[in-house]
Write a protein that binds this ligand. Structure first.
Ligand SMILES: [Zn+2]
Ligand SMILES: [Zn+2]
Length: 239
């Protein structure tokens, strides 16, 4: 069972290609999940969440070998924003893989293309030019660089917004070390179960008069790991 996933940019055409004004096109992102198996099908569960786990949704589905599915605003009404995560679980709730949506961010004025104006470096925010060829079908010619959005493609990053309309900050980090709230919760649950199991075994072994030093060391190690996980989770919840 193998899966490949990637985030792909979509341009939504909203501008009428006719005289009398137009609305700029806009971009959203889509997550494409491909089952790389040759055949067969397997029940899985997709878990999609924002970085802080405040907004999430879940989709159980059967994934067919060779099939590609798109998760986006059109298919599941999810508009991908910076820091969002797609986590794939198998039917037993074990994590198969996860993909984080992180685009490179620039500080104020630091974008090498627009230097902070947020406008396309080629058309400067005016992506539809009147076609000089009066016999052409298209009244407007669209900017090739921003594909009609007028926005700087280098720093056009979608964010979730808070109640005050401010973009919600997510710390930039490598997807490999990223742990979403849901993953941390799963790991904490699992670690707690392991500790309880070990403690039960320890009690039995003590009753039988066995040497329990190794087992006690293991419990101490697990409890330390649990503490780290709990700290990571509370760090996330505090933001
Ligand atoms: Zn820019
Ligand atoms: Zn442009």
């Amino acid at each position: 069972m193998g899966f490949k996933g990637k985030f792909v940019k979509f341009i939504h055409k909203s501008g009428a290609n006719k005289p009398g004004g137009y609305v700029h096109d806009y971009a959203t992102w889509s997550f494409m999940l491909t089952n790389t198996s040759w055949f067969g099908s397997t029940p899985v569960r997709a878990y999609i969440t924002d970085y802080y786990g405040r907004n999430s949704r879940e989709y159980p589905f059967v994934s067919k070998g060779g099939e590609t599915l798109n998760f986006n605003i059109g298919t599941i009404d999810w508009d991908w924003c910076q820091g969002d995560v797609f986590i794939l679980y198998d039917q037993h709730g074990r994590e198969i893989n996860q993909w984080s949506f992180f685009l490179k961010e620039y500080g104020p004025g630091e974008c090498p293309e627009c230097h902070g104006t947020k406008k396309c470096g080629s058309c400067h925010g005016d992506p539809m030019k009147i076609n000089p060829d009066i016999y052409a079908d298209n009244y407007f010619i669209k900017c090739n660089h921003c594909h009609g959005t007028g926005k700087c493609p280098t720093c056009d990053i979608p964010y979730h917004f808070d109640a005050l309309g401010e973009p919600i900050y997510v710390p930039p980090q490598a997807p490999k070390t990223f742990k979403s709230v849901i993953t941390l919760q799963h790991e904490i649950e699992k670690k707690t179960q392991q500790i309880n199991q070990l403690k039960g075994d320890l009690w039995k072994q003590k009753m039988q008069g066995k040497n329990t030093a190794t087992m006690e060391a293991r419990i101490a190690q697990f409890e330390k790991e649990l503490e780290v996980l709990n700290r990571q989770l509370s760090d996330k919840m505090r933001r």
